[in-house]
Design a binder for this molecule. Structure first.
Ligand code: TXA
Ligand code: MG
Length: 324
């Protein structure tokens, strides 16, 4: 993790100012790089959707500096309070019912009466949120449907050109997007697996999680639906490299780049030791690297479907799904 230098502090201040002025800014979080806009400003949010070419039915996550700031925007629940106490600041987004007359513009919520909230832990992101002084909507900083960036080297130049500032803080620690939990009721519903695993949540709460029908679970690993009403953004094809992707590959076929998991003969390695956190942190980096070689396909070794391996497999399934 990189802390801000004095030049970096100035850049973050400029970025905070740019957000208040309705501009777009790319910044690091502990999961992936985000592209942020003022959550209350429909013109800024429209610019963000257009820059990413993101369908406007796909709502955005609202990033706040603190739990109090986040919960002032929603009808909170006991479950949400418990999750926030345990996992914020950190890589978890919590979906709750929005208050009436929310300052978060309806476009950012894709017209839903719910909103996804996140309080990130990355110190540079925290500083930016303080400087902006307002909630910031931030999807991953990639053209819609493409691989998320975990390093500024992954950023799309056309997307960068649409931003007032790009804050570079090296590689993102977790490397995959936040776990999204619907906490509107008593039972936690996993809308997107992520760095905080279902077992961590279950151990803390002493309650079982359930999986939204759009999400593959350990018991039904291939059940990705084309679209689920509860998480409109969970399209079957997502996080996709340019090259087609083949999962659970045990060996490389002609023209392929082979990404290994504890596999000695691979071209690139998610991990050489079988460490799932390391594999998650390297996932998008390796997919970006493999894609740059213009292979016929990218083959990825089997990833154990346990712990954060679940989130890795979910990303791979979407990357491998038929494209529109
Ligand atoms: O780690 C992350 O969450 C990153 C960083 C930048 O914070 N952001 C991120 O945003 O991954 P994005 O836009 O790429 O993914 C947001 C997901 C989408 O699948 C969207 O459908 C879902 O959050 N989402 C947002 N609001 C929702 C809501 N009210 N109900 C259900 N799903 C929601
Ligand atoms: Mg994304």
């Amino acid at each position: 993790m990189i802390f801000a230098s004095s030049n970096q502090h100035k850049k973050i201040e400029r970025a905070g100012h740019a957000i208040r002025q309705g501009e777009l800014v790319i910044f690091p979080t502990e999961t992936v790089y985000g592209i942020g806009a003022a959550a209350h400003n429909p013109a800024a949010v429209a610019k963000l959707y257009a820059a990413k070419n993101r369908p406007q039915f796909n709502p955005l996550i609202v990033h706040c500096a603190s739990k109090d700031a986040a919960f002032s925007l929603v009808k909170t629940t006991k479950l949400a309070q418990q999750l926030a106490d345990a996992f914020w600041p950190g890589p978890m987004s919590i979906v709750l019912t929005s208050i009436k007359n929310s300052p978060i513009c309806s476009l950012a919520r894709a017209g839903l009466d719910s909103v996804a909230l996140r309080v990130p832990a990355n110190p540079i992101c925290q500083e930016l949120l303080q400087c902006a002084g307002m909630p910031v909507v931030a999807p991953s900083a990639n053209p819609s449907g493409r691989l998320s960036p975990t390093d500024v080297a992954h950023l799309d130049s056309a997307l960068m050109a649409k931003c007032a500032e790009v804050i570079d803080a090296g590689k993102c620690e977790a490397g995959i997007e936040s776990t999204i939990i619907d906490a509107r009721n008593k039972i936690p519903v996993i809308l997107r697996p992520g760095p905080i695993t279902h077992s961590q949540i279950e151990d803390y709460l002493g309650t079982k999680c359930v999986y939204a029908s759009s999400v593959s679970s350990p018991t039904s690993p291939t059940s990705i639906a084309p679209m689920a009403p509860i998480a409109p953004g969970q399209l079957a094809s997502h996080y996709a490299p340019i090259a087609p992707l083949r999962m659970n590959a045990t060996r490389k076929q002609e023209g392929e780049i082979f990404i290994g998991f504890n596999t000695p003969h691979a071209d690139f390695h998610l991990t050489k030791t079988g460490n799932l956190e390391e594999a998650a942190a390297h996932l998008f980096d390796m997919l970006h690297l493999a894609d740059k070689q213009n292979p016929l396909a990218i083959a990825v070794a089997p990833i154990p479907n346990i712990g954060v391996g679940e989130a890795i497999n979910e990303r791979l399934e979407r990357a491998a799904a038929p494209r529109n």
